[in-house]
Ligand binder design. Structure first.
Ligand SMILES: [Zn+2]
Ligand SMILES: [Zn+2]
Length: 334
């Protein structure tokens, strides 16, 4: 099969011929139809994640068809269309797993990091890491929902906001353009916060009720004027951006970070204590959460905006993702 792999930390991608992998016990093999390129693929490309064995095929936004089934797997059928995301399997026996909190598994595997991922024509995945893909979603559109989609959807649905509450989505990019759609579909009064006016019309089209240009006005003050946010979903991996919205929270308001800045965030504890505010984070979710994301997206016609490339052009596609110019998710199609 054709695959794109990283030969060593920091090295260039190489297009190679590899043996089609055989599914082990408890695994399925997937004939890949689409794989999104996520910013977290930088971990693999640059060796920023502990314990990666190189060469490694990246890719954790995978959609394809089950085409071989390992011993002991009954949940999936040959030919069924499925997806695999960041969460690439769990141990079932650690304390979080015993409580059903699989995303917090102490021995959790990450797709495309612990094992080869979706920058290839075929990959294998543990059966518990697989989600069913609804017929209404095309594979290329479903792929980014396996990471960018589930992260924003699962964060918002667990954040405690109710329909009508003021919910801001900070950053109108790969995560944010999905977050706005989910917030709108969930019935929240939705605010898009971004720098400049370029993305204003798009944000309103995606379902925002308000747009805050964080260059023209202080986003914290703007949110207070709108009544104070119950949730700010912070998608931009930027400390200044996160710090700038804490003052815009209402009572019990929460900044929920899903983008990860490289530097620590400074917060006034006084701002937190008065009004019971908090700054928190949210990881993605498990395979059933992914399936919920796909099903809700199909139900409400929510799709990512994508640019797609053939597998052989993975290196160019990856650069496009890094450039921040892509609108908004880059997808490889073998
Ligand atoms: Zn990702
Ligand atoms: Zn576990």
């Amino acid at each position: 099969m054709k695959a794109v792999r990283v030969p060593d930390a920091g090295a260039e991608f190489e297009v190679v011929d590899m043996n089609v992998p055989e599914p082990g016990p408890g695994e399925v093999r997937i004939a890949v139809e689409a794989c999104g390129i996520c910013h977290s693929d930088v971990f693999v490309k640059e060796g920023q994640f502990p314990g990666i064995d190189y060469p490694r095929v990246p890719g954790h936004e995978v959609v394809g068809r089950v085409d071989a089934i390992g011993e002991g797997v009954n949940a999936w059928d040959d030919g069924q269309r499925v997806g695999v995301g960041w969460h690439g399997g769990h141990c079932f026996s650690c304390e979080p797993c015993r409580r059903g909190d699989f995303i917090s598994c102490k021995n959790g595997q990450v797709t495309g990091i612990a094992s080869d991922g979706g920058y290839a024509e075929y990959m294998t995945a543990p059966a518990e890491a697989v989600a069913a893909v609804p017929d209404d979603l095309e594979s290329a559109a479903a792929a980014p929902l396996m990471c960018a989609g589930i992260t924003t959807y699962n964060a918002l649905r667990n954040a405690g906001a109710k329909p009508g509450d003021l919910v801001a989505v900070q950053g109108v990019g790969g995560l944010g353009h999905l977050g706005i759609q989910y917030a709108h579909a969930a019935g929240f009064e939705t605010v898009a916060v971004s720098r400049g006016t370029d993305k204003r019309d798009l944000a309103m089209d995606l379902g925002a009720d308000h747009y805050v240009d964080s260059e023209a006005e202080d986003p914290g003050e703007a949110l207070v004027e709108l009544g104070g946010a119950r949730i700010v979903l912070a998608t931009a991996p930027n400390t200044d951006a996160i710090e700038s919205v804490v003052s815009g929270l209402g009572v019990d308001g929460e900044v929920l970070a899903v983008g990860i800045p490289g530097e620590p965030v400074e917060v006034s504890v006084q701002d937190l204590v008065m009004g019971r505010r908090s700054v928190a984070g949210w990881p993605s979710g498990d395979a059933r959460d992914s399936q919920d994301t796909l099903e809700f997206s199909a139900l409400r016609d929510i799709e990512p905006m994508i640019e797609s490339y053939p597998l052989e052009e993975a290196a160019d596609a990856y650069e496009r993702m890094l450039s921040n110019d892509a609108r908004f998710r880059v997808v490889l199609e073998p």
